[in-house]
Design a protein around this ligand. Structure first.
Ligand code: YXS
Length: 259
């Protein structure tokens, strides 16, 4: 069974996350199907993409597939981790990607949504960034994605509490573009995609890449990079990191000791 449904109509491509049994957890297999669909869309010169889950879902994505996170001692979010590959694929895709969001967005799913260019949600949508709940040390690029989308005090609240925020707050903060009723959201998003696909694809592709390069243009010294990586290693080497994984796997609340 496909974990993702992909279709194109005119110059618009649609990708539907289609693994509700696992709440669209971002497994390597599911991410592989998304990136394959994006490669196919690029070959077909698609001019706008809609990334969504099935209509009416309660969970847009439950984030990184926890069963695929490595045990302690290995960076869980290294460069080639599937979640990192997906975020880059979205950010580097040469046409706008519109996230059509219903239901809860969790963990790395928030970063996937925020890597998209335009976000439109139904009123029930929520966003929860949850590394602290699992004991995961989020990675540099991921933190930068969040910093570019969320005012720092709110980014800190979301990272430190791991609690969902309502999409109404996300709209007030400019994290999302629109909130639309579920009866209207599909036509509204299609209308945005149609406007985009009627404009110059070359101009849009270059401006999207300009914005990506400028948003990530942070000069960091080797010492800064190595210090951050050293700090992150303390976390993914820790008993707390393993406890977060074990607790999730045995469906119980984690007991973090700070070691
Ligand atoms: O028990 P079965 O086999 O039916 O599977 C259950 C869940 O184990 C599975 N599932 C997941 N599997 C792998 N990775 C996940 N992230 C994940 N989430 C869920 O899906 C089946 C149904 O789950 P269930 O019964 O909990 O569904 P629900 O409708 O009662 O609750 C939906 C959620 C999303 C509220 C709940 O599943 C949940 O809290 N999931 C975890 C959300 C989360 O903490 N995600 C962060 C993952 S780690 C990540 O993204 C980054 C590495 S980081 O940590 O840095 O943000």
């Amino acid at each position: 069974m496909s974990l993702v449904l992909a279709e194109t109509k005119d110059a618009i491509g649609v990708i539907v996350l289609n693994h509700p049994e696992k709440r669209n957890a971002l497994s390597e297999a599911l991410i592989g199907e998304i990136t394959a669909a994006l490669e196919d869309f690029q070959a077909r010169n698609i001019r706008a993409v809609v990334l969504r889950a099935a209509a009416g879902v309660k969970v847009w994505s439950a984030g990184h597939d926890v069963s695929e996170l490595p045990d302690r001692g290995r960076d869980p979010l290294g460069w080639s981790d599937p979640l990192r590959v997906l975020v880059r694929a979205i950010q580097e895709f040469p046409a706008p990607i519109i996230a059509l969001i219903e239901g809860g967005v969790w963990g790395g799913g928030c970063e996937v949504a925020m890597a998209c260019d335009i976000l439109v949600t139904t009123p029930d949508a929520t966003f929860a960034i949850t590394p602290a709940k699992l004991g995961v040390p989020y990675n540099l690029g991921g933190v930068l994605t969040l910093m570019n989308m969320i005012p720092l005090p709110v980014a800190k609240e979301m990272l430190f509490t791991a609690q969902p925020i309502p999409t109404s707050q996300a709209l007030n903060l400019g994290m999302i573009n629109y909130i639309k009723p579920k009866e209207e959201i599909e036509a509204f998003v299609h209308g945005l995609a149609t406007h985009i696909s009627a404009n110059s694809p070359l101009s849009i592709a270059v401006m999207k890449e300009e914005l990506r390069l400028l948003a990530s243009a942070h000069a960091i010294t080797p010492e800064l990079f190595e210090r951050i990586q050293g700090l992150r290693r303390i976390v993914y080497d820790s008993h707390d990191y393993q406890e977060g994984l074990n607790a999730f796997r045995s469906k119980r609340k984690p007991q973090f000791s700070g070691t």
